[in-house]
Ligand binder design. Structure first.
Ligand SMILES: N[C@@H](CCC(=O)N[C@@H](CS)C(=O)NCC(=O)O)C(=O)O
Length: 329
């Protein structure tokens, strides 16, 4: 794992020294938007019109942020319009790689089907030769301008939600105008305390920082359990009926990894999702939503975390369990 400094790859783990042992996620740097007309989006520059076959998505099947974009590609029927390259689950000294020869077939990458790169950092230096920063997935690449449009998943899913509607005819809306305030409010809680909360727990290098993160995480899980116990989804319409929105998909990608990885590897072990009746049922319902199970790869998920983070798991042994109810029923 590492980062680019002036276009040069440096193998370097997260620096938690300057924050007294707390993990701090850096903001994504590349923040343009694909829009229906090519006009600029809420931030960044214009020039990225929604067109079939023009954009390419780089993802890891292990990564919860990249997973959001794969889910929206399914939900919004973008498979024929946006193609995908999948990195290897192991993220070692070269960062994300495209290993198409792994001895175990289930851990093979699709390869970089656009350029045949061996490492993801080559995509960032193709975008900008002297790029400095972390090399993260997901990345949305523009084949026409030969550059990265965005490496921020929360914005990529918003583009997918609406920019391509004229091409696909799919007008399902996971960020409807009348529910935006509620969605934004839930996203704020879920992002800081749950999505990123598991990372703050797992990557902390000081006990006090870990303890704060893990207790915030479980307070937030208790809150979302209470919401889901009274309505089907996180956000409700004026009549109090739950409506499926992006807020649910953003929570889903953490829940689906929780009992398999975060409980053990990241020490998020006050409770399991299996101990929350409403969240367990909700996780299963979302998993069974058409097209979603195909986006979940538990093998890549477990392998990535337990094998890549040798500062946390030096033996790199990947646990066999647990049995996950949502996969079985
Ligand atoms: N803000 C980004 C975060 C993406 C992110 O941190 N991805 C992780 C994978 S789970 C990554 O690529 N990490 C590599 C690194 O930090 O060096 C987003 O949501 O798109």
């Amino acid at each position: 794992m590492g980062l680019l400094i002036n276009g040069q790859w440096q193998d370097q783990w997260y620096d938690t020294e300057k924050t007294g042992g707390a993990f701090q996620r850096e903001d994504a740097q590349l923040r343009n938007w694909v829009t229906a007309t090519g006009a600029a989006g809420p931030n960044g520059v214009g020039g990225f019109k929604a067109e079939s076959g023009r954009y390419h998505l780089y993802v890891s099947l292990a990564c919860p942020w990249a997973h959001r974009t794969l889910i929206f590609r399914q939900l919004k029927q973008l498979q024929a319009h946006i193609d995908v390259s999948i990195v290897s689950p192991d993220m070692l000294s070269n960062g994300w790689e495209f290993d198409t020869n792994h001895p175990d077939k289930k851990f093979r990458s699709s390869g970089d089907t656009l350029f045949g790169s061996t490492c993801m950092h080559q995509i960032y230096t193709r975008h900008k030769a002297n790029y400095s920063g972390r090399v993260t997935v997901p990345v949305l690449w523009d084949k026409q301008q030969n550059c990265i449009v965005s490496n921020e998943s929360s914005e990529i899913i918003r583009m997918m939600n609406s920019a391509f509607n004229d091409l696909t005819g799919n007008t399902d809306d996971y960020y409807p105008a009348d529910l935006r305030r509620q969605i934004d409010g839930i996203n704020e809680l879920v992002y800081h305390k749950i999505n990123n909360g598991v990372y703050k727990s797992g990557f902390a290098t000081a006990a006090d920082k870990y303890e704060v993160a893990v207790s915030d995480l479980f307070d937030a899980l208790d809150s979302v359990e209470a919401i889901i116990a009274r309505q089907d989804f996180l956000v409700a319409d004026a009549s109090g009926r739950g409506v499926l929105t992006e807020a649910d998909w953003r929570l889903f990608t953490t829940l689906v990894r929780f009992d398999a990885v975060y409980v053990g590897h990241f020490k998020c072990n006050i409770r399991r999702i299996a101990d929350y009746p409403a969240l367990s049922d909700y996780l299963q319902r979302l998993y069974q939503h058409p097209g979603i199970a195909a986006t979940v790869n538990i093998d890549h998920i477990k392998r990535h975390y337990y094998y890549s983070h040798d500062t946390i798991n030096p033996t790199r042994i990947v646990p066999v369990g647990p049995q996950l109810a949502f996969l079985q029923d």
